[in-house]
Design a protein around this ligand. Structure first.
Ligand code: PLP
Length: 384
């Protein structure tokens, strides 16, 4: 099953088009079977191998494999010293896990508004949210577009803040200075859920420069056990955030096809751009600018202001096209309103984007015919 998508043009014109679909093949099957035959299902040799290959691919000094992106964010915030009562400045336009991770340590996620073009945390807004309780910045490379790290690094230097980067959606992204996302030295967290550029089903990776921090992260993911300690010896509080060997084997196989996956995603994004051009009021994902390069993860459009998003979702579904409002504003989720007293109007750019955004089907094996069908369904939904 090398490449699980149907050949271009082969799909029936009415077959449902899913939002996402991983690119898996014989290499992944072989890798998983090898682990099963080896009998080493956890804490085996594939963990370090996956970490080394991933660090080399990104250009980072070290990498630690973890059970999920969420687990990675939690361990990374602990590693940089975030604790009870601290404030962590982050984006309200993200998957909820980036803010939740601060709450796990009884720190407070403090939101600041986003840039209307890149949809990433806006550095000046973030700077205005910093106060004496702030200990860390948590920028998110949303939808795979690189956050403005040079500005966040300057802000962090001015106020002696730590940085943890949420790159769960951004494998393959590169900053204007040529440094890949994940290679700047700060703990940077990637996610390997099934819709990601590289998937292990569930999983994540933290890349970083500091070997001591890696040691702490590796111990805390393994119940607080240092590498030289025996089973059932624990010298600090830890968690079970390990990534099993089957997942690491999948990750190694996925890494080998990463260039292929990223190129396919970029190609599909370019096709979407052509096919959806000219629909009045429809805003497409921002193009790469100023030397920054997106690692394509999702294709999220902003619907025209007057469009009824629920109606559009229904009209697409009637033509077999899955879509999803993506992402909701974190500060307006009920838990965040109740816990922190957030109200509509606090972050107007984020709120408008969250109200208009819609993710369209986007996966590496998507055919030209499927892109054309989605575009046609969008035209019918918005123009007719
Ligand atoms: C921006 C962002 N942060 C964090 C996560 C959490 O990753 P995981 O689902 O692997 O825990 C995700 C995953 O969807 C994400 O998109």
């Amino acid at each position: 099953m090398e490449g699980s998508g149907a050949p271009p043009g082969a799909e029936p014109a009415t077959a449902p088009i899913p939002l996402a679909q991983p690119l898996l093949g014989e290499a992944e099957e072989r890798a998983v079977v090898e682990v099963l035959r080896s009998g080493r299902l956890s804490l085996g040799p594939r963990v370090a191998r996956f970490e080394q290959l991933f660090a080399a691919r990104v250009g980072a000094g070290h990498a630690s494999a973890v059970a999920s992106g969420t687990a990675g964010l939690h361990l990374a915030l602990r590693a940089v010293g975030v604790e009870h009562g601290d404030e962590v400045v982050t984006s309200p336009f993200s998957f909820v896990a980036s803010a939740n991770a601060a709450i796990y340590e009884r720190a407070r996620p403090v939101f600041a508004d986003i840039d209307p073009v890149t949809l990433n945390l806006e550095p000046a807004a973030a700077a205005a949210a910093v106060n004496e309780r702030t200990t860390a910045l948590l920028p998110v490379h949303i939808f795979g577009y690189p956050a403005e790290m040079a500005a966040f690094e300057a802000l962090a230097r001015r106020h002696r803040l730590a940085i943890v980067e949420d790159a769960c959606e951004a494998l393959g992204a590169v900053h204007a200075d040529g440094v890949a996302v994940g290679a700047r030295g700060h703990p940077t967290v990637f996610g390997f859920y099934a819709n990601k550029q590289l998937t292990t089903g569930e999983g994540g990776m933290i890349t970083l420069a500091d070997a001591e921090l890696k040691e702490r992260i590796d111990s805390e993911r393994n119940q607080g056990r240092a590498p030289d300690m025996d089973w059932l010896d624990h010298d600090r509080l830890g968690f079970n955030y390990r990534l099993p060997d089957v997942a690491c084997a999948l990750g190694i196989a996925q890494l080998a096809r990463l260039d292929e996956t990223l190129a396919a995603r970029a190609r599909i994004a370019a096709r979407y751009r052509e096919a959806l051009g000219g629909i009045e009021g429809l805003q497409l994902p921002c193009a790469d600018a100023n030397g920054d390069r997106r690692g394509w993860f999702v294709f999220v459009v902003q619907l025209p202001r007057e469009a009824d998003r629920g109606e559009v979702v229904r009209a697409l579904a009637a033509r077999g096209v899955q879509s999803k409002p993506y992402l909701p504003a974190i500060h307006l989720m009920s838990f965040y309103r109740e816990r922190f007293g957030h109200r509509p109007g606090e972050f107007p750019v984020c709120e408008e984007v969250a109200a208009r955004s819609l993710a369209l089907p986007f996966f590496p094996a998507m055919s030209e015919g499927q892109v054309a069908r989605v575009a046609e369904a969008m035209r019918v939904a918005l123009v007719c």
